[in-house]
Write a protein that binds this ligand. Structure first.
Ligand code: BGC
Length: 612
């Protein structure tokens, strides 16, 4: 039976409630007010969402839209309707007195221009009995009712006697999302950098100082900490910098600072916040519900595009890895296949994966120094005929639906955050044992590929035949596909039994090729580099930062929307999707994306090529 990958089935247990405290369309009178300056115009709306809820606890996010004159700091207040308490908050100073909650701005998010939104504010709280959402908020003492008024204590009394400003439009028709960007820069319009064929060629890669510091804190980590790794924009708050981490601008500024001489610098971001994210697994469920396409566009992609298009950064080659696992999930985990999940079916039906990716491609392709690479799963996901063609079709139709068509895509990436071997040195898809093809082995299971390199090259050919540019470049994430160490075979097996031959010969030592979480025995793979040799491959890259977990090995409550996937539990005996095999996951793993020291040590010990 063909193995239908990948990732464990399951439904998001996310419970979501949304309150838009107010909404409006600003009337044209706004402009008049600014001109007459009768007094400071004030007004606001607040979007409060419960993003996750469990017995006694919950997580929530808050976005504030300033409808009045620009402000440089803010104090947001509300009253808890049912005795909730905040345990820990982020992107604001939280304090509680009785049922009154007060949040004040931090240095980086106090400025809110007229019409702009500050999002990414959030907290974990507790509740008993019920968790009724607050419905009334004040910002700097003014009730956020979605209309524009005067500040409570105007300091000017010489205003024109009959201000012509009208209040906000009486019949609000849309929810307030930031009309746009917080960018202070402007897109490059003259002498813009050329859009090169391979952005990795001849360029130096940005080393994320935050990942580097984690790696350097590990014994022996300095042997690898100089490698460029992906910067994951895995939630809206990551744009400004979640929980004190560097945000998008901070990384771009640092990349500019790292640039030396005339050598171009590339920097790699992972665009990863689609509505209903990670629809076939739980470990990387995200903050946006399946229908939150509007928020994805206006609160996530728009601000990212605004920052990346700042002409200040036009000398950088900005590489965007677009939405890991999403389109492949639509191919294999929908419509009654063995891997189908309710959430993947929903995302296929509502079209929001495709719409979101097209929106991202449009916005990011418009930036001449930015490069789009779409995630294309890996060989043990799309390598079967039944998945290969349909995946290429879906990628092609998605690209065709963008403004620039196929040209909006610079390339594809395979094996992102996975463990499939780059190359099996001791057998290939044409190998036979006792007159039988290795495709008949339990491990290969009728796949047409046995490793990533052969898959990536063949898939590239298929994509070009679908209409993508003949200059299409492939990336392979080699961060954790090394499979060195003492268990690495040194020669092909001499067994004449098919399964024994394949199992003894293969360097990929996973229990099953469908296992994906914190794999025991894996090692660092080929070091990142441009044009590694094989035709069509732009670069080997480390997009998954080695040492960052794929998911927690037991349930951990969190404010990131992440669930617990039993494929990360070493005691789990598997499901149909991994042939009911053990998960092969390492024990004691933290949440996905969090530092996992034991895994990092294992990856270094089993690196291939070995570390010197
Ligand atoms: C997580 C992200 C994280 C990324 C890189 C993903 O599995 O969901 O939060 O940033 O891995 O480690």
């Amino acid at each position: 039976m063909r193995f239908v990958p990948l990732r464990a089935a399951g439904r998001s247990r996310l419970r979501r409630a949304t309150i838009v405290a107010s909404a409006l369309v600003l009337g044209s009178g706004m402009a008049v007010v600014a001109a007459t300056q009768a007094s400071a115009a004030t007004g606001c709306s607040v979007n409060y969402q419960v993003t996750n809820q469990w017995p006694g606890g919950f997580g929530a996010s808050i976005a504030i839209t300033n409808l009045g004159d620009p402000i440089s700091s803010w104090t947001l207040k509300w009253t808890w309707p049912s005795g909730q308490t905040v345990q820990s908050g982020w992107s604001g100073n939280f304090s509680q007195s009785g049922s009154t909650e007060t949040v004040t701005s931090l240095s980086y998010n106090g400025n809110i221009a007229t019409g702009a939104t500050v999002s990414g504010i959030g907290f974990n709280g507790s509740w008993t009995g019920s968790n009724t959402n607050p419905t009334s908020f004040t910002l700097n003492g003014v009730t956020c009712n979605g209309s524009v008024g005067s500040s409570p204590t105007p300091t000017r009394t010489t205003a024109s006697p009959t201000p012509t400003r009208t209040t906000a439009s009486p019949t609000p028709t849309r929810t307030t999302t930031s009309p746009t960007p917080t960018s202070t820069g402007s897109p490059c319009t003259t002498n813009c950098p050329a859009h090169v064929d391979n952005p990795y060629a001849g360029a130096k890669g940005y080393v994320n100082p935050e990942w580097q510091a984690e790696a350097n804190a590990e014994s022996g980590g300095s042997r690898v900490s100089n490698n460029p790794t992906g910067v994951w924009l895995d939630r809206i708050a990551a744009i400004a910098g979640a929980n004190g981490a560097m945000g998008l601008r901070a990384h771009l500024d640092q990349a500019l600072a790292e640039r030396s001489g005339s050598t171009p610098e590339y920097i790699q971001f992972v665009i990863y916040d689609l509505p209903g994210r990670d629809c076939a697994a739980l470990a990387s469920n995200g903050e946006l519900g399946p229908n939150d396409i509007g928020r994805y566009e206006s609160e996530y992609i728009d601000p990212i595009a605004a920052i990346m298009s700042d002409s200040k950064y036009s000398s950088l080659r900005i590489i965007n890895i677009i939405e890991i696992d999403s389109l492949p999930n639509l191919v294999t985990n929908t419509n009654g296949t063995a891997g189908a999940t309710d959430m993947c079916n929903t995302m296929l039906q509502n079209g929001n994966y495709v719409k979101g990716i097209q929106y991202a491609l449009n916005k990011l392709h418009a930036i001449s120094n930015a490069y789009n690479y779409i995630d294309a799963g890996h060989h043990a996901w799309l390598g079967w005929d039944s998945n290969f063609g349909p995946a290429a079709d879906l990628f092609a139709s998605t690209a065709r639906g963008t403004t620039a068509g196929m040209a909006s895509v610079d390339g594809f990436i395979t094996d992102t955050a996975n463990y499939s071997a780059l190359q099996e040195p001791y057998f290939n898809i044409n190998s036979t044992v006792g007159g039988q093809s290795v495709r008949q082995s339990t491990w290969v299971d009728w796949n047409n590929y046995v490793d990533e390199l052969s898959f990536a090259q063949a898939f590239r050919t298929k994509l070009v035949s679908e209409g993508f540019s003949s200059g299409l470049g492939m990336l392979i994430d080699t961060s954790r596909d090394g499979w060195g160490g003492p268990n690495r075979p040194t020669a092909a097996s001499t067994s004449t039994d098919m399964n024994t031959f394949v199992n003894q010969s293969r360097i990929d030592k996973r229990i099953h090729a469908g296992n994906w979480c914190n794999q025991s025995g894996a090692g660092l793979g080929e070091r990142p580099r441009a044009n590694p040799g094989p035709a069509g491959i732009d670069a080997y890259v480390w997009i998954k930062p080695p040492g960052e977990s794929d998911g927690s090995s037991s349930a951990i409550s969190n404010d990131e929307g992440k669930g617990f996937d039993r494929m990360c539990d070493p005691t789990y005996g598997g499901n149909a999707r991994n042939g009911n095999n053990m998960s092969g996951a390492l024990p004691n793993a933290p949440l996905s994306g969090h530092w996992f020291s034991a895994q990092f040590q294992q990856l270094m010990a089993n690196a291939y090529p070995p570390l010197s």
